[in-house]
Design a protein around this ligand. Sequence first.
Ligand SMILES: [Zn+2]
Ligand SMILES: [Zn+2]
Length: 159
Amino acid sequence: MSSLLTTLAKDFPNIAMVSSDSFYWSPRKKTVFYIDEKLSDTVGEWSLLHEIGHALLEHQTYQTDFNLLQLEVMAWDKAQELAKKYKVVIDPDHIQDCLDTYRDWLYQRSTCPTCTSCSLQIDSSTYRCFNCNTEWRVSRSRKCRTYRKKQTAKLPVMV
Ligand SMILES: [Zn+2]
Ligand SMILES: [Zn+2]
């Protein structure tokens, strides 16, 4: 068992930590899920600290895509704070790569399919273009991701 996990579990007894097939925070279950075998490498530790960041900030389901990006930024800030405390060094490039995943995704979702103007989200699953009035639906995202995905088009969103 990872010593960081053991320490975090001891320091934050109110946050449940459960082994799973991806890293994510579930606001509903108040649980941080992690990939056990990834905890032996540094990126895995960063991901764990990031999810604990979401948990400590008590992040709920986000309302808009932009809101999700804000939550991600906040969770990484918190992870950096924790990293100092637990003597872990998180590479800032990794954080920017993760955030870029969301920025790319946000850009893609908010670009009008008709005229390619940048548009405004009107509810959790709908965008409307100011320029040509096209409206389009986007899938609801559930999970934020702590790692960069190449195919942003297929990014199902949030971990
Ligand atoms: Zn348009
Ligand atoms: Zn996150």
